[in-house]
Design a protein around this ligand. Structure first.
Ligand code: ADP
Ligand code: MG
Length: 393
């Protein structure tokens, strides 16, 4: 689960990671009151969307820049009005862009130098890794590609936490000394605690800055949480912004279905994550393109299957459906009854290939065969994939 910059910065503050003062606003009526809470001086106006590259982004009406510097608060209110409700396209949003529904007003800092800092989970070593670079404010992928020697990685032993010698190593890599080094050490420890305590999968600060007086501040903040740990953090779940998520994925999460929208045209309905992955692979193998990942789980009810069908059909790109069920715990006949009910309810006209195998498969196949529905039965993974690819083509 991702959150907005303004929410991430509020979280940073709670953990003692220094950030410039800032206030969000969701409608133009709130601009004046929000700006009044900021200290005198220049203000940054920042579009809040779940995507980076906002500063260099362009709005669909041609207005340039989702992050703007303003000398006065009056200018800030004027620019914010141009951003709010407008759609921002950045390198990370895709061509459709994202509608800006919140503006973050924040004090503009005096920047001495910009750095890059992130903490993420390294799956290869099963450890948090801290990534730091003297090249801040630019895309880290570009730095990694062109000047990989400018990136330092420190792997943290999760049992011991971030050690002082590792903090010193990072500070040395960033070339910091004196007051800056002291402040950076405090920030690093606080950021690590924030990452650890919130079960984050990533905290990214780009840029991290030093000021002419030696302060060290997080000017940008991107935080993602491990969804599997959210049950431990109701306060973080409350930060979820449904405007930023695919409506089909929201609906799926209500039914406890593991669904991820993709950009192909063959929808899949499968039980078990591993089988769902191999189903997508075999569709690809036979020249098709999966429209989604969907795992209905081990013990799906009829209602769940109906909900899954509705979600799949909510995707306008879908030209055919492949149901691939291996009944281990799952009773194939429950799936078959769910399919019959769903197809009747939604009036399905697209090609549908169904492969049922395992527990009570014979009964399931009989239910489908006597339903009178126009569907194509299949016997193996290869058979089912070839059939749906051919039907969609
Ligand atoms: P994005 O990464 O989405 O473009 P950032 O928050 O990093 O958005 O903002 C883009 C750039 O704007 C930063 O690299 C920084 O140079 C500048 N900037 C952002 N916030 C501030 C601030 N509070 N004070 C001064 N400059 C800022
Ligand atoms: Mg940034």
């Amino acid at each position: 689960m991702n959150i907005h910059e303004y929410q991430a910065k509020a979280l940073f503050s709670q953990f003692g990671v220094p950030v410039p003062a800032g206030v969000p606003a969701k409608s133009p009526d709130e601009f004046a009151a929000a700006l009044a809470q900021l200290p005198e001086g220049p203000v940054m106006v920042k579009s809040q969307i779940h995507a980076g590259g906002r500063g260099k982004g362009t709005f669909t009406d041609g207005f340039q820049g989702g992050v703007k510097f303003c000398k006065t608060k009056a200018d800030a209110a004027e620019l914010a009005a141009k951003m709010l409700g407008n759609t921002l396209v950045t390198a990370q949003t895709g061509p459709a862009g994202r509608k800006v529904q919140t503006i973050y007003f924040t004090a503009a800092s005096d920047i001495a130098k910009e750095y890059y800092l992130a903490i993420l989970l390294d799956r290869a070593s099963s450890r948090p890794v801290i990534v730091a670079s003297t090249e801040g404010g630019v895309e880290i992928e570009k730095v990694a590609h062109e000047t990989p020697e400018k990136i330092t990685k420190v792997f943290v032993d999760p049992a011991y936490g971030l050690a002082d010698f590792q903090v010193r190593e990072l500070i040395a890599a960033l070339g910091l000394s004196g007051t800056e080094a002291k402040n950076a050490a405090k920030l690093l420890k606080a950021l690590y605690t924030c990452f650890w305590e919130t079960d984050a999968s990533m905290v990214e600060v780009n840029p991290l800055i030093t000021t002419p007086t030696g302060e060290v501040l997080a000017l940008d903040a991107k935080v993602s949480f491990d969804s599997n740990a959210l049950y431990r953090h109701p306060e973080l779940v409350a930060l979820r912004d449904l405007n930023e998520e695919d409506p089909k994925e929201i609906e799926a999460s209500k039914h406890d279905l593991a669904y991820i929208a993709l950009d192909g045209n063959i929808a899949c309905l499968v039980n078990g994550a591993g089988l769902a992955m191999s189903t997508m692979d075999i569709i690809k193998h036979y020249g098709g393109n999966p429209a989604n990942f969907l795992d209905v789980g081990g013990g799906a009810s009829k209602d769940k299957v109906v909900a899954a069908f509705k979600i799949i059909l909510g995707d306008a790109n879908v030209r055919g459906i492949l149901v691939n069920i291996f009944g281990g715990i799952m009773d194939c006949n429950v799936i078959a009854e769910g399919i019959v009910e769903a197809v009747r309810e939604v009036g399905l006209t697209l090609p549908l290939v169904v492969r049922l195998e395992g527990n009570n498969a014979a009964q399931g196949k009989a239910t489908l065969a006597t339903s009178g529905l126009a569907l194509t039965p299949a016997d193996s993974m290869a058979d089912s994939a070839q059939k749906i690819v051919a039907l969609v083509a």
